[in-house]
Design a protein around this ligand. Sequence first.
Ligand code: NAP
Length: 498
Amino acid sequence: MSNPRNDTSLFLDGSTVHDVVIIGTGFSGLAMGTQLKRRGNEDFIILERANEVGGTWRDNTYPGAACDQPSHMYSYSFRLNPDWSSIFSEQPEILDYLKATAEEEDLLPHVRFNANVDIATWDADTRTWVIQTSRGVVRGKVLVSAAGLLSEPRLPEIPGLGDFKGDVFHSARWDAGADLAGKRAGVVGTGASGIQIVPRIAPELEKLFVFQRTPHWVTPRGDYQYSEVEKRMYRRNPDRLQELRTSMFWENEERFAQRAAIPVLLAKAEQVALALLEEQVPDPELRARLTPDYAIGCKRILKSSDFYPALMRDNVDLVAEGISHIEADAVIGKNGGRYELDVLVLATGFEATEPPIAAHIVGTGGRTLAERWSGGAEAYQTTSVSGFPNLFLIGGPNTGIGHNSQVYMFEAQIEHIMGVLDLMRARGIAAVEVAREAEHAFIEEMEKKAATTVWLTGGCQTWYIDQRNGRLTTLWPDYSHSFQEQIPRVFEDSYMPV
Ligand code: NAP
C-alpha cells in the first residue's frame, strides 16, 4: 500500500463538501480533529502542507530544541502522558507524542499530506469555503485555520545576508546535513531558540560567535528526569498525574502577576535572573553586556541553565555591539570586528504579528484576511473575524501566552468553535458571522487589559507588539485561567446568520 505521506497526486476535486476543513496538523489542528471525532463528527479533513504531522514540533529540529514549559502541562488535557522522560522534554519526544495522537485518535485517514493551501475563498452563493490546494480543490462548510502562531521563519534584514557563501539557515529550518564539527559558526539571536542552540553546538565547533542584539532575562531551568517508578505510579494512578498537572498550572499562573507589572514581583523575578547571571558569569564586563535594561517579562523570560556557561567557553565569543553587514565569508560587527564563518544560523524568530496564512484567506467582498488586518490582527473571542463567515482561527490574535502552556489556550478555543457549531446545528443555520459590535467590544477589552502590562510598559521591543498600531496583538493580556473561563463561552447574539 502506498504511503499517504508520499502521495502528491491531485485528488482533491472539490466534489464533496465536508463539514469542517482544518488547516494544519500541529498541536491545535490535531486537537480540533480529535474533538470533532470524539463528538461523533467524522466529516472533516485536515490539510497539511508537509508530509508529516507535528507543526512547529516537526519543523524545529535544531540541536537542543525542547519545550521550556513542563511537558505534563504542555500536552493535551484529554491525553495525559505518564511517560514524559523529564520536566522539559525535547523535540523528538514531543513530536512522537503528536504522531501517537494522530495515530491513536485515528486522525490519519482525515489528513491530506502535501496539500499546501494556495487560496481559501468564501463562496456566499453556496455558503461554503472553496480551498485551492497544491493537490486540488476541497470544499468545506466551516474552515478552521490551525496554521500556527509561530510557523513562518522571519529572516533578518541585514545588508549582505544574501552574499554569504557558507551554509546559512533559520533555526526552524535546521539543515540536518550540515556538519558543524570543527567549523566556525555564528548564531544570530539570543531568544528562546538561540539560547537552546548555543550550548548544544558549541562543543563541536572550532569557534562560535553569538550575535546578541538585545540581552534577554534568563532564569534557571531546573530540569529533572522522571524515574521509572514515578512513571509507573502515574500510569497506575492517573489522578496523581492530574494533580501534578494542576499544581504546575497554578504555579505558572502566579507568574502572570509579574507581567501585570506589579513592581515588587518584577523586582523579585529580576533578582532570580541576576543571581543566575552573577553565579554563572564571573566577568563583570561580560555580565554588563548580558544585563537587560528593560523590565523583566517585557520579552519572554528565558529558562536556561547552560546558556551562560556556554558563553564562558574558550571557543565562544559574545558579540553584543550589533551587526553592520554580512560579507561572503564573514559577519561584520558595528564595532568594526570581522567574524569569519563557515556556517550562519539565524535564530531570529517568526512572522507573528502578520501571519502569512492571512494573505491566503478571502472573505466576503473578495477581501483577504491580511487586508482586513492591515491595521493589526484582531478577532472576537480570539477566534472569529467579521467579514469571514464560518471561519475560525486557533492560535490567532491574542492567544499567545508566555507564562503558561499554549495547549490550554488551543483547547479553550476549540470549545468555543464547538459551541458555535452546536448553535448552528440547533438553529438550523448554514453560516454565521460575528457581529462587528461584539468584535469591537472584545478588542477594546483586550486593549484595556494590555495597557498596564509589562509588555507595553516594560521598555522593550518585541514581536508581541504590532509595529503598525503599537498594540499587543499576539499575547493574551491576562491569566491563562481567565482565557479558559472566557473564551469557550458562546453568546448567541454575537453571531448573526448570513
Ligand atoms: P525570538 O524570541 O523572536 O528571538 C529572536 C532573536 O533574534 C532575538 O534575540 C532578536 O533580537 C534577534 N534578532 C531578530 N532580528 C535580528 C536582526 N535583524 N539582527 C540581530 N538580531 C536579530 O525568536 P525565537 O528565539 O525563535 O523564539 C520565538 C518564540 O518561539 C518564543 O518566544 C517562544 O514563544 C517560542 N519558542 C519556544 C520555545 C520553548 O521552549 N517552548 C523554544 C523556542 C522558541 P531582539 O531581542 O533585539 O529582537
